[in-house]
Design a protein around this ligand. Sequence first.
Ligand SMILES: Cc1cc2nc3c(=O)[nH]c(=O)nc-3n(C[C@H](O)[C@H](O)[C@H](O)COP(=O)(O)OP(=O)(O)OC[C@H]3O[C@@H](n4cnc5c(N)ncnc54)[C@H](O)[C@@H]3O)c2cc1C
Length: 459
Amino acid sequence: MAGNDVLGRLRSELGRRVLAPGDEGFDRTASMVFAGDDRRPIAVARPRDEREVAAVVTVAAETSTPLGVRGGGHGYARHALVDGGIVLDTRALAGVHIDAAHRVGVAGGGTTAGAYTTAAAEHGLATGFGDTAGVGIAGLALGGGIGYLSRRDGLTVDNVLGATVVLADGRVVEASDDEEPELFWALRGGGGNFGVVTSLRLRLHETPVVTGGMLAFEARGATVAALVRAARDADDALSLMVNVMKAPPAPFLPAEHQGRPIVVALVCHSGRPEQAERALAPFRASGPVLADLIRVQPYPAMFQAGPELSGNRAAVRTGFADGFDATRAELAVALVGEAPTPLAVVNLRPMGGAIARVAEDATAFAHRSRAIMTAVSALHPDPAMAASGAEWTARASAALDIGGPGYVNFVTASGDAAARAAYPEATLRRLAEVKRRYDPANVFSSNVNVEPAEVAVGR
Ligand SMILES: Cc1cc2nc3c(=O)[nH]c(=O)nc-3n(C[C@H](O)[C@H](O)[C@H](O)COP(=O)(O)OP(=O)(O)OC[C@H]3O[C@@H](n4cnc5c(N)ncnc54)[C@H](O)[C@@H]3O)c2cc1C
């Protein structure tokens, strides 16, 4: 069907909440956090409720028009921005309701981690997401959700109680342990493959304050190895990530380190402050400290603005590791030093704790027994650096032996390779079965795509 007819159908359902190229606000609405190749959607649709979401999905399905689903716009692969297709922008579905008495938070599709976290903190409560306020809760939770409360409370998916989902055929279903349980399993790690999530119900945990912030160290492999060891031995209230990265031009870092490799630990202890001080001692002793910005603070303060990423291009590789010794870490320091891009990071996220206490097949996030999630990334604002940034991430991840399958939310491969870069074989097979049942025509294909399992002949 011609683009104009698709637009006409969308407009007859959603009126002015459909923007086309040339309309005021189209370019802004169709933009993502990361820049990249030139993709030009034919329309951005901004539904306000399930009925309107279903209408958009139905138009896409019936006209075979590619469909992307946008939440917080932080997807590295920019899957929400579909060339020649429809962007279903969930931001008009955003909204937060905190039921403090029952420790349940409800987030409308399109709600950001920051908006929910601020609302929950007014009650001294929190649900763990990642490290960045602007990331969409649905986009993050559908992949897993590794963040500052994960070793205490589990991944974000471990705190999802239920979801409202608009399916490929326009039906609206509830998914939970009791309703559509196989869909519920797949939603918790299987990404945007199964429908549009219009609302998530999430478990809240008491989090009156945290002791957290940044510890920056001189770039030494032994420091990274000591941080990783300390994380393995730490109590579950401690979650952290370790970055080997080029030092940003921050006023709290000595000028001579800026632009050169440093080691940064972003730590968050969500227990009592006295307990936190004891738990943090081995981290502080991991090497020569350049800056110690750890303090007792409300949990939302952990989401302080990082470097401005908007407009950058990103090359990312992801995997999991079972350890990270000083030799490997020394290599990470050397590789970051050679990186051609202004932002270059080897990111390590120690797991364990509550993450590892959930059975491997309980959700579609199947990397529970691994010690560390890893990502190597190169970010830059200059299109001319795209090739060298991608070459560096490929070379660095190979040298560091950071191979897939990795964490789906950091996978940027496309086509067939993408799902294999994210899921172990058994998980992928089960996801493909769920896909066949809920989206046999692969309407939701602009993501780390799981193709529907083929129906076995003769069975
Ligand atoms: C700066 C930065 C920091 C990050 N930090 C962390 C972190 O600490 N921990 C972590 O686990 N991850 C982290 N991530 C990865 C992040 O979780 C993923 O990029 C996530 O997919 C972003 O979701 P989004 O809604 O913001 O992005 P979008 O680009 O809007 O969406 C990404 C994809 O999610 C799907 N999707 C989004 N909303 C819906 C919906 N309502 N229904 C169905 N499908 C939907 C779609 O397939 C879409 O293509 C980070 C990413 C960035 C850029």
